[in-house]
Design a binder for this molecule. Structure first.
Ligand SMILES: NC(=O)c1ccc[n+]([C@@H]2O[C@H](COP(=O)([O-])OP(=O)(O)OC[C@H]3O[C@@H](n4cnc5c(N)ncnc54)[C@H](OP(=O)(O)O)[C@@H]3O)[C@@H](O)[C@H]2O)c1
Length: 213
């Protein structure tokens, strides 16, 4: 049985947890305030889920999802995530996160910053351009006409392969953007951001994305 460690239990973390337990994954989920604040959520999720600290969720994970505000990314437990594939849903909202000069200048990507911090992990961008509510409702079986597609990017092929499999389980096709250095194509306010698109439409939206917005 595969255990997904989810760090962040807000809109996206809880939705990924809901879909994952439906699909038969085990889930260990943590936030910043401590597992005692997650009793309601884990009760709803049922026996496949438990709450832990963020470090505990990382430690228990076969692979992890990190889904917290960007301003806190340097608090992610690098040691406990070492050697693991980490799916990063994080977006940059300067209004929430404060200005980060390398991002404002187009000299870095959000997932690149997460990969730098988690230098011993294999970071893949994932689930960053789908509204939380759609994660449990928008999936379709493989081969469905006009199936929704989601993008990923990673410097590690093994991480891309894992995301492709997970997206497929969740009901989505994948478009592989390539390395994290190209992942700005699906960041906030680009054409592919939080719109419903199939794989061909997503590829076209990624291709026409401007580097700076
Ligand atoms: N909402 C969406 O539709 C959507 C879609 C795609 C991507 N995203 C991105 O995904 C990320 C999460 O979004 P969200 O809407 O789920 O946010 P959210 O509802 O505000 O939830 C954030 C979660 O992160 C936890 N957290 C914050 N700092 C932490 C830390 N240092 N260690 C562990 N946990 C920490 C919070 O825990 P506490 O409450 O205990 O502080 C909370 O559970 C963001 O970067 C967002 O931009 C959001």
């Amino acid at each position: 049985m595969t255990t997904i460690g989810i760090i962040g239990a807000g809109h996206i973390g809880s939705q990924i947890a809901r879909k994952a337990v439906q699909l038969g994954y085990d889930v260990v989920i943590g936030n910043s305030r401590g597992p005692e604040t997650l009793t309601e959520l884990v009760a709803e999720l049922g026996p496949r889920a438990r709450a832990a600290t963020a470090a505990g969720a990382a430690q228990a994970a076969d692979f992890a999802v990190v889904t917290i505000p960007l301003k806190n990314y340097s608090q992610l437990p690098a040691e406990e995530l070492a050697g693991k594939i980490v799916i990063d849903t994080i977006n940059y909202y300067w209004e929430r996160d404060g200005h980060i000069e390398v991002l404002d200048k187009g000299e870095a990507t959000t997932s690149g910053l997460v990969q730098e911090h988690l230098s011993a992990s294999k970071v893949a961008k994932g689930f960053n351009h789908i509204p939380a509510g759609d994660i449990t409702t928008a999936g379709l079986p493989a081969g469905s006409e006009n199936r929704r597609a989601l993008a990923t990017a990673s410097n590690h092929q093994e991480a891309i392969a894992l995301v492709i499999g997970l997206y497929d389980d969740f009901g989505f096709d994948t478009v592989d953007i390539g390395p994290l250095a190209e992942s700005w194509r699906v960041e906030r306010d680009r054409p592919a951001y939080v719109v419903r698109q199939n794989a061909a439409e997503l590829e076209s939206n990624l291709a026409r994305a401007p580097r700076l917005i």
